[in-house]
Write a protein of this length. Structure first.
Length: 108
């Protein structure tokens, strides 16, 4: 996978992402440093939603990309944010419209 983001240039302030503070998980909480890269943030969110992604993939028959998109959407992220995070973590050609379509196809 090709990472199109330079981690030094794609630093996000967590103050701008306060909606992510209340992750729906029974496991450990996400406690990053003050600033993290988009790639790191995306990977942490996917890690925290791993069980839900697997449930959507294996039990609901969603594609891996759709399962990831739905699991992130359930956190309250917009398709634009999901697209940004999925691209930062190595998925190519994932527009906000593509994310919206994936979510629609995999809504259970």
């Amino acid at each position: 996978m090709v990472n199109s983001f330079d981690s030094d240039e794609s630093v996000v302030s967590l103050d701008d992402l306060d909606s992510l503070a209340s992750l729906d998980t029974a496991s450990e909480s996400f406690e990053p440093a003050e600033d993290v890269s988009l790639e790191h943030l995306g990977l942490e969110l996917v890690r925290h939603r791993h069980d839900r992604i697997n449930e959507l993939y294996y039990e609901a028959g969603c594609s891996d990309a759709a399962a990831e998109a739905v699991a992130l959407a359930e956190l309250g992220l917009t398709p634009a944010w999901i697209s940004t995070l999925m691209t930062a973590t190595g998925r190519s050609n994932v527009s906000a419209q593509t994310v919206a379509t994936l979510i629609e196809e995999c809504t259970v």
